[in-house]
Design a protein around this ligand. Structure first.
Ligand code: SF4
Ligand code: SF4
Length: 100
């Protein structure tokens, strides 16, 4: 079981979540962050830090975003291999698609 970043993160990337994570398991691409389910220890520390409530425990991901469970896993594997880990807060993206 792991935590999962879902749709509301897209185009927002506030990155408040990454500094809360004790095991540094966040990765980023151009429009969102994902969590590596192999490294996540399911502590839940990142959940209240997200201003747009994008992070859920795998067992409580809203049904319309269930595809993000697999998406976090596949993206994290690829982004890990290409060196796209994020461990520090960065300026939010807050692009046009950000609803938060
Ligand atoms: S705090 Fe939320 S919106 Fe910001 S990067 Fe993390 S998951 Fe995405
Ligand atoms: S649940 Fe804990 S270990 Fe998993 S991503 Fe969030 S802060 Fe990191």
């Amino acid at each position: 079981m792991a935590h999962v970043v879902t749709e509301p993160c897209k185009d927002c990337k506030y990155t408040d979540c990454v500094v809360e994570c004790p095991v540094e398991c966040f990765y980023q691409d151009g429009d969102m962050l994902v969590i590596d389910p192999d490294d996540c220890i399911d502590c839940g520390a990142c959940v209240p830090a997200c201003p747009v409530e994008a992070i859920f425990s795998e067992s409580t991901v809203p049904s319309q975003w269930s595809s993000y469970i697999e998406l976090n896993a596949t993206k994290a594997t690829a982004l890990k291999a290409s060196g796209h880990q994020i461990t520090k807060h960065q300026a939010p993206l807050k692009g046009p698609g950000c609803k938060g």
